[in-house]
Design a protein around this ligand. Structure first.
Ligand code: PFF
Length: 453
């Protein structure tokens, strides 16, 4: 029997939660460091292209699949098309697998954020740029502390999810997101007044295609998925909570647009600091944590705002983790007939064990490497550049070719919205040809580069 699903009480709740998952570590932390590593403008352009051409059509598909099937990703295929082969549900399994992996590695970075909140309260941001810049380096040398912080984060996430969707997601996201946006915009304005701002703008918006490597192209695609939370099944679970009268395409376009703007905002925040204080743009995962404390040391209210910033960043990381966690828990409840509490406990144990691996990648497992990459980077790349795009490809093929046109139209087109009528053929083209075509091309490039380069 299908359990009656809790519904979001208002549309605003969904939007805020969606912004919450958009305004998250992917945008603030991952986007700037990838842009820094991959040479700036050309990468940004490519990322925006992939969001529009691949991420958005698949995001809309995931939301639609959830809304029409009222199921999680694994069960959704059979529900949407009863004659669908059972192999489709395997794809759901891959999405669940990716969610578990991301949860664990996300927990480590969320743990870093907790550390910065605590350090900020203890005055680390008022001790000058030199000291502030070192907080992240010394944290990454302490494996056990990272494990501890990641476990605090996972326990908190599990507790909230065990308590149910409504209480968890809505209450948190609604309250914090507007505050976060205001803090962010104020900080960006401050950052843009720094001497390195012109160089930063040039770096971000002047595309130099000679800097674009094959790897950069793949990173841009993977990140488009990650940032939109697509390829995990989480958005299918989300779609299943949407009210009947919510227009999915409008929601998708809105979410993807906001998400992209937020990434650009994060770039405008971080790179002026990079160029004003000679931080290395290609520093990698530590970039945000190296630059922000420096910024907070430059004005009198900085240390206080710094604490507020990291608290907001943490809440957004928590809210994303809740979405991911909820996706897996709803799968365990629907398909494995587990109780919510039991599923939450089990999942938190599994992710904790996995989190230990990424937390120790910069200490005890420092020497476990494939080529240049440590465990943390391997985790990151396997999930984001391979696993979630595979799920995305499957979803686009299913929605493009397997679901009947009538069913699609019924879900997609809202008579009251002319734009949804106009958008339908474009989405259909994207989901049938453009997204799968680009994805297959990307996989071929990846295979080629990993064999020959
Ligand atoms: N989109 C989030 C980010 O950019 O940080 C990551 C994420 C959240 C992925 C929730 C998947 C998900 F279900």
């Amino acid at each position: 029997m299908r359990a009656a699903r809790a519904r979001f009480s208002t549309r605003l709740g969904f939007i805020m939660a969606a912004i919450g998952s958009g305004l998250s570590l992917g945008n603030l932390w991952r986007f700037p460091y990838l842009t820094g590593q991959n040479g700036g403008g050309a990468f940004v352009l490519l990322y925006v292209f992939f969001v529009a051409a691949v991420g958005l059509p698949i995001l809309i598909s995931e939301l639609m699949l959830g809304k029409l099937s009222q199921r999680n990703l694994v069960g959704s295929f059979k529900e949407a098309v009863p004659s669908a082969s059972k192999y489709w549900s395997w794809l759901g399994g891959i999405g669940i697998f990716a969610s578990v992996l991301v949860l664990s590695y996300y927990a480590v970075v969320s743990g870093w954020v907790i550390h910065f909140v605590v350090q900020g309260i203890m005055g680390a941001f008022s001790q000058g740029p030199e000291h502030a810049g070192h907080v992240i380096d010394s944290l990454r040398e302490k494996g056990l502390l990272q494990v501890l912080l990641a476990s605090v984060h996972l326990m908190l996430t599990a507790t909230i999810v065990a308590a149910g969707v409504r209480n968890g997601i809505e209450r948190w996201a609604r309250f914090f997101m507007p505050i976060y946006l205001v803090v962010l915009v104020a900080l960006v304005m401050h950052s843009l007044l720094m001497p390195g701002a012109t160089k930063a703008l040039r770096f971000l918006f002047y595309p130099d295609f000679s800097k674009l490597t094959g790897n950069a192209v793949i990173e841009a695609l993977g990140h488009a998925f990650f940032t939109l939370s697509v390829g995990f099944g989480a958005m299918v679970a989300y779609g299943s909570y949407l009210k009947k009268d919510v227009s999915v395409p409008t929601e998708g376009v809105f979410v993807a647009g906001v998400d992209t703007l937020l990434s650009i905002l994060a770039g405008l925040l971080v790179f002026p600091i990079v160029y004003s204080f000679n931080v290395q743009a290609g520093l990698g995962p530590s970039l945000l944590f190296k630059t922000m404390p420096v910024l907070f040391g430059t004005f009198s209210l900085g240390p206080l705002i710094g604490v507020a910033f990291f608290i907001c960043l943490y809440v957004s990381a928590l809210s994303s983790s809740i979405v991911l966690f909820e996706g897996v828990v709803s799968y365990l409840m629907d398909e494995k007939k587990m109780k919510r509490k039991q599923a939450s406990t089990m999942l938190s144990m599994v992710t904790l064990v996995l989190a230990i691996i990424s937390a120790l990648s910069s200490t005890a497992f420092r020497d476990v490497r494939i080529g240049e990459r440590g465990l943390f980077e391997i985790f990151d790349q396997v999930i984001i550049n391979w696993t979630i795009p595979v799920v995305g490809l499957g979803i686009s093929i299913f929605m493009g070719w397997r679901l009947t046109d009538g069913r699609k139209q019924e879900e997609f087109v809202d008579e009251n919205s002319l734009s949804s009528v106009r958008l339908f053929p474009t989405w259909q083209l994207a989901i049938r040809w453009i997204a799968p075509g680009l994805l297959i091309l990307m996989f071929l490039i990846q295979i080629f580069t990993s064999i020959f380069i």
